[in-house]
Write a protein that binds this ligand. Structure first.
Ligand code: PGA
Ligand code: ZN
Length: 431
């Protein structure tokens, strides 16, 4: 049993150059656990609060109050606790904050602390983090199936296109390593096509190409062309995954695609996505309607839930109760797991387990503001059976997470790759 000796938070900087919280947890035997809080740009309204100081300095984004939460009340409460009891540690953190969304301590303070404790416990047990997670939560580890962004949009690319993420999945691959190779070919094929057509403006927040398309559908056409140029057959080994992030362009059942100057209600949005799914090999679709559009999500799932994966991100904010509610509503059939939406490791794992109990998919995800922290590569492998969403195929805060999975592949064996299992029952499985 290794007791927590001290906890210290410092200000570091994320992939967008914004300040963020890094926490060091030191055990009595000298073992160190360290983690960094990520930050979203298209946040759900019900997720844990990313506590920022406000005011003129650093565009209001400084995190001195979150640092004070860790160095003050959190450090005092956790000192002397057993780092290997993650549930107790997270409960002690929760007991300090009676607010609904962790606005007192800050979700950035709680998530960095909670993850740092998990790292300390793993190191103390002389295990890689993925193995510690698997053993601690009684899971069979497996390397996740990645979904990888090719074009960025929405809040990650100056709203140049309305849809946020145009991604590929490679459920036909035999190993994680093969997914990386195929994705690299597609990513650069897409860049070449865009450059030739005069549609390439640079890279977006998560490393995907920043597109200058004239319509949202042009992105889908270009993605199919890129998959073909890379020598793959769209819909066979490789398919398309979209994060619509519809809350970013609509609420109260009214949506507006600025790029195409089109307004539509929930039914028309669902019809449009249905046409896209008929015309393009789309296997997974995230937040197809707004986070407040329960009827829309139920209708979308009724129409398409038996052949594509439907992920709730802003709709479910990594909350186990919302997963249970949505499951009884028959809305969505998968959940995005973002540890900082929940605010602690225990709540995130509880949400993952709720998804498994519902027979749903679970996709562990990074945020658009990231760092060198690789905790999510380990979490998704340790919990097993799932998928991993990290952003695109360049920028080190993205590649560090894919590369960590390759190191885990060497430890765990290439055969432990989950492959197309998350897409059992979809059109891809039946094709
Ligand atoms: P965010 O977006 O990290 O900017 O909130 C990621 C997503 O919507 O999946
Ligand atoms: Zn999303």
């Amino acid at each position: 049993m290794s007791l927590i000796k001290s906890i210290n938070a410092r200000r570091v900087w994320d992939s967008r150059g914004n300040p963020t919280v890094e926490v060091d947890v030191i055990l009595e035997n000298g073992v160190l656990g360290r983690a960094i809080a990520p930050a979203g740009a298209s946040r759900g309204t019900r997720e844990a609060i990313d506590l920022r100081d406000g005011g003129p300095k650093l565009r209001g984004k400084d995190i001195q109050n979150a640092l004070a939460s860790v160095n003050g009340p959190i450090a005092s409460a956790l000192r002397g606790m057993d780092a290997s009891d993650q549930a107790e540690v997270d409960a002690a953190i929760l007991a300090l904050d009676a607010s609904a969304l962790k606005e007192t301590l800050g979700g950035n303070a709680t998530v960095a602390t909670s993850l740092a404790v998990l790292h300390a416990a793993a190191t103390d047990a002389r295990k890689p983090l993925w193995r510690h997670v698997a053993d601690h939560y009684n899971c069979t580890p497996s390397l996740p199936l990645p979904e990888i962004q090719i074009f960025g949009g929405g809040a990650h690319a100056g709203r140049r296109v309305d849809i946020q993420d145009f991604m590929v999945v490679v459920p036909g691959a035999f190993s994680f390593d093969e997914v990386m190779e195929i994705t690299s070919e597609i990513y650069f094929a897409a860049g070449d096509i865009m450059a030739q057509r005069g549609k390439l403006a640079g890279v977006a927040d998560e490393g995907g190409w920043w597109p200058m398309f004239d319509s949202n559908e042009e992105a889908l056409e270009t993605l199919v062309a890129a998959i073909e140029k890379a020598g793959e057959t769209p819909g066979k080994n490789v398919a398309i995954s979209l994060d619509i992030a519809a809350s970013e362009f609509g609420s109260n059942g009214k949506y507006r695609l600025a790029l195409e100057d089109r307004e539509m209600d929930s039914g028309a949005l669902i019809d449009m996505l249905g046409r896209w799914m008929d015309a393009y090999p789309i296997l997974s679709i995230e937040d197809p309607v707004g986070e407040d559009d329960r009827d829309g999500m139920i209708e979308f799932t009724r129409r398409f839930g038996d052949h594509v994966q439907i992920i709730g991100d802003d709709y479910l904010v990594t909350n186990a109760n919302l997963v249970k509610e949505a499951s009884s509503d028959a809305a969505c059939n998968a959940v995005l797991i973002k540890v900082n939406q929940a605010g602690t490791v225990s709540e995130s794992v509880e949400t993952f387990m709720a998804a498994q109990a519902a027979g749903w998919g679970a996709i562990v995800s990074a945020r658009s503001g990231e760092s060198e922290d690789t905790s999510i590569s380990h979490l998704s492998t340790g919990l097993g059976g799932g998928q991993l969403k990290v952003g695109s195929f360049q920028r080190s805060e993205r590649m560090v997470k894919w590369n960590e999975c390759l190191r885990i592949q060497d430890e765990l064996g290439a055969h432990s790759f989950v492959g197309g299992a998350p897409f059992k029952g979809t059109w891809w499985d039946r094709a």
